[in-house]
Design a protein around this ligand. Structure first.
Ligand code: SF4
Length: 214
């Protein structure tokens, strides 16, 4: 906890991407219980998170929590137990074509990477849910989404569960076979959630939620 609070303060004060002209304004989002055994890593906050300063508050969040509810995991419980973060911590702005949010550039990802590395060092999650292609690329060897979603991947002493992004910007989920892969992936999330139940209970008792605007 002692290490995570100053790190969150450092992230919240960061204006690197604003200073380099990528975004205006920088509004970093951080949120999570200190002792989480599960970490969720998305792409970047969206325009709703820019205002609310909590991860997955907008449309993508509604879809994500619908997926979780389908395997018996409820939003409040999830937010209390899971450390939620992203590859970059600030809203990158809309995509040029108007379809969803802009994918952060390689430079923005590099600028933000030390924060994610330190979050991982401090939280040391046993399970990481990778939400969307950018998060998946950061941790797993390159492969089509259909070869990854529905699989549990053990690597570096952790379990990774890749998920498609729930933003709706991609048509990947329109394919019936991909819906089946998603259902399998959510069963894996449920199994990991259930398997970590005892220690998750401890985490909730010890939790200190450090969130922007909280
Ligand atoms: S995205 Fe990361 S590096 Fe860029 S301004 Fe936000 S917190 Fe800083």
């Amino acid at each position: 906890m002692n290490a995570l609070i100053p790190l969150h303060e450092e992230i919240l004060a960061c204006r690197r991407c604003e200073a380099e002209g990528f975004i205006l304004p920088a509004a970093p989002v951080v949120s999570g219980p200190v002792m989480s055994r599960i970490m969720l890593i998305g792409q970047a906050p969206g325009r709703v998170e820019l205002v609310e300063r909590r991860p997955f508050q907008g449309k993508a969040g509604r879809v994500l929590f619908t997926w979780l509810r389908s395997v018996g995991i409820h939003e409040d419980e999830f937010r209390e137990s899971v450390y939620m973060t992203a590859i970059t911590k600030c809203f990158p702005g809309p995509a040029a074509g108007g379809n969803g949010d802009r994918r952060p550039s390689a430079r923005e990802i590099a600028l933000c990477r030390p924060f994610l590395d330190r979050q991982l060092e401090i939280v040391r999650p046993a399970v990481i849910l990778l939400v969307g292609g950018l998060a998946i690329e950061r941790f797993l060897p390159k492969a089509p989404l259909a070869d990854l979603v529905g699989r549990r991947i053990e690597q570096d002493g952790r379990m990774y569960i890749p998920l498609p992004h729930p933003s709706g910007a991609s048509r990947w989920l329109n394919h019936p076979e991909h819906k089946e892969l998603l259902a399998r992936a959510m069963e894996q999330v449920r199994d990991a959630w259930t398997g970590l139940g005892e220690s998750r209970g401890e985490d909730v008792r010890q939790r200190t939620v450090v969130a922007a605007g909280a």
